[in-house]
Design a protein around this ligand. Structure first.
Ligand SMILES: Cc1cc2nc3c(=O)[nH]c(=O)nc-3n(C[C@H](O)[C@H](O)[C@H](O)COP(=O)(O)OP(=O)(O)OC[C@H]3O[C@@H](n4cnc5c(N)ncnc54)[C@H](O)[C@@H]3O)c2cc1C
Length: 551
């Protein structure tokens, strides 16, 4: 079968501009993309509708704003539905920049490029390379890869799929109960119902009831460190850990990052981070994780996934890291960046339905498996607000359950405004989940009014829980000093030191053990934001150099 190349469409009504665009696009992208052009807005719409009918993917539209009749923004708006995942760039004159900035919200504009763009190596290709790289990362071609076969509401199958998705490994999910082909493939693999879930690969034997470590090994994730000793080991691959890896590796430290689930941490679960500097349109947590992981690896950091650190011991001045697979790694300095995890909601009937309608956090997988069903979000903070907006893309009924009278004290005003403007979302105040009902999966919730104690049973497809967080520090036991809530104390916050054995005070971000630093949400006093975590991860490296120099 011949593969259709994805298209880059260039649109301009001035022939000499079209010629210049075509020349520059062909010179760089012709080997991977088909370059198509149109001489007017109407011609562009016709071409795009033909491409949609042929099922030809359009990777990028590069459209002039000033065209008679149909403008560039009109073309981009009209094709939002037929080409939702195409990257959109507008060619503008200086006078059009205001319109271009407006278009970021209105038509999901990814970039605007000022004419003329000479030299293209500086002013055109870096922008388009970036957009195309993003498009390729999100593009799912016709399927010939990993298949996960399981029962629709199986918790094990859900965990495997979440692991693959969060590590950005494309897979297809097959439901044994509704897809006859799933049975055929299961039998071909010599498996039965009790072997589910099974994972099939296009190039080798299936794995029955796999662990995430087996899958990781099979798909080429790095599950074992290449060395036994490192200058720097980082625990946790959220924004703080990834920033520490980028700065540590780029500044010449042999650096290992150990992450138990997937790089990205909590940020990887955010559908749209709107307040991270330099991304006016916002960026998804997945995107941030993918970019930061690639950057850390390119600069020489090793990233081990999945790897769980169970505890630490000391052999001063070295720190010994113990992993769940019973291996150990020695390092001269460490950054604890293990973040926080969701607080658990207690209500009757909830626990057995986790993964089968009840979820901590959200992602595309859960949202799309409950498309068009009534969805509920518990929590009144920003992450609950973001989740509700994200879920409203999949259903017209999202109810946020909050304990207070309103959201004012717990959520940012911009999110409250966005929720008010979203007809699919309602807020139910003074509400608490009394119980969850369902045999194989969630079917209904009993909601209690906290003022009247009245209970109401409501049909529910999915419940997403965002009720605050606890520090991810169980694994530290009493190695480093923690505050009363379990967050890691650093620098001047530590107070009276126990067992400190070097002739200097703890450095900023350093814990009560010389050479062990903490960064991001796990640290007492941190601001619980992506930018804060990134800043602390980078800053820790500066003080780690001081510590290493003193050894
Ligand atoms: C849904 C949601 C939306 C959000 N939206 C925004 C937003 O729009 N803007 C914003 O600024 N902030 C946002 N935040 C907050 C932001 O994501 C966090 O502040 C940030 O991720 C903290 O980064 P971190 O690296 O400190 O920790 P985390 O992101 O929590 O990462 C910690 C990592 O450590 C790993 N880990 C833990 N223990 C171990 C162990 N023993 N061994 C190995 N690995 C371990 C975990 O698996 C995890 O990947 C959001 C959070 C959530 C949950």
């Amino acid at each position: 079968m011949t593969e259709t190349k994805p298209v880059i469409l260039a649109v301009d009504d001035e022939p000499e501009v079209v010629q210049a665009v075509q020349r520059d696009l062909r010179a760089r992208y012709a080997s991977d993309y088909r370059i198509v052009w149109a001489g007017s807005g109407q011609e562009a719409l016709d071409t795009l509708s033909t491409l949609a009918m042929q099922d030809t993917p359009v990777a990028l539209m590069l459209v002039d704003q000033r065209m008679p009749g149909i403008t560039g923004i009109d073309v981009l708006r009209e094709t939002l539905e037929s080409h939702p995942s195409s990257k959109r760039a507008l060619l503008t004159a200086y006078a059009d920049t205001e319109a271009a900035i407006q278009a970021i919200n209105e038509v999901g504009l990814d970039h605007y490029i000022m004419k003329p763009w000479d030299p293209p190596e500086d002013k055109l290709y870096p922008i388009l390379d970036d957009l195309l790289e993003d498009w390729v990362a999100g593009y799912r071609p016709r399927f010939d890869g990993i298949r996960v076969i399981g029962q629709q509401w199986s918790r094990d199958a859900h965990e495997l799929k979440a692991f693959l998705a969060r590590n950005q490994i494309p897979y297809r999910s097959m439901d044994i109960e509704s897809e006859p082909m799933a049975w055929v493939l299961t039998e071909e693999a010599g498996a039965t119902m009790s072997d589910l879930p099974i994972v099939l690969f296009s190039d080798g034997p299936a794995i029955l009831r796999p662990t995430t470590a087996q899958i990781a090994d099979r798909v080429g994730l790095k599950t074992h460190a290449t060395s036994e000793v490192y200058d720097l080991v980082i625990i946790g691959g959220g924004p703080a850990g990834l920033a520490a890896a980028v700065y540590g590796a780029s500044e010449g430290l042999s650096t290992l990052l150990i992450e138990e689930e997937a790089p990205g941490g909590q940020a990887g679960q955010s559908s749209l981070i709107e307040n991270y500097l330099g991304f006016p349109k916002g960026l998804s947590g997945n995107d941030l994780a993918r970019r930061a992981t690639a950057q850390a690896q390119r600069l020489g950091a090793e990233i081990l996934v999945p790897g769980t650190v169970t505890h630490l011991t000391r052999n001063d001045p070295f720190i010994i890291v113990h992993l769940a697979d019973e291996t150990t790694i020695t390092c001269k300095a460490m950054v604890i960046a293990s973040g926080v995890s969701y607080r658990k909601l207690t209500a009757e009937g909830l626990e057995p339905l986790i993964g089968a309608g009840v979820y901590y956090g959200t992602s595309n997988i859960e949202a799309s498996s409950h498309r068009d069903q009534p969805m509920f979000v518990v929590g009144g903070g920003n992450s609950a607000g973001q989740a509700a907006l994200f879920l409203s893309r999949f259903t017209d009924s999202v109810t946020i359950l909050i304990r207070n009278d309103d959201l004012a004290a717990t959520m940012s005003q911009y999110l409250i405004d966005n929720l008010d403007a979203c007809p699919a979302v309602q807020v139910r105040p003074n509400a608490q989940v009394a119980s969850a009902i369902g045999d194989t999966h969630l079917e209904a919730l009993v909601i209690r009014d906290r003022q009247t104690s009245q209970e109401e049973k409501i049909e529910a497809g999915a419940l997403f829980i965002f009720i605050g967080q606890t520090a991810h520090t169980d694994w530290l036991a009493d190695t480093v000093q923690l505050d009363e809530r379990g967050f890691v104390l650093t620098g001047a916050d530590i107070g009276p030191l126990k067992g400190w054995n070097v002739e200097r005070e703890p450095l900023p971000l350093e814990t009560s053990v010389p050479g062990i630093f903490a960064a991001g949400d796990v640290r007492h006093g941190s601001i619980k934001r992506v930018a804060g975590a990134v800043g602390e991860g980078a800053t820790a490296i500066r003080f780690i150099h001081n510590h290493l120099a003193s050894l």
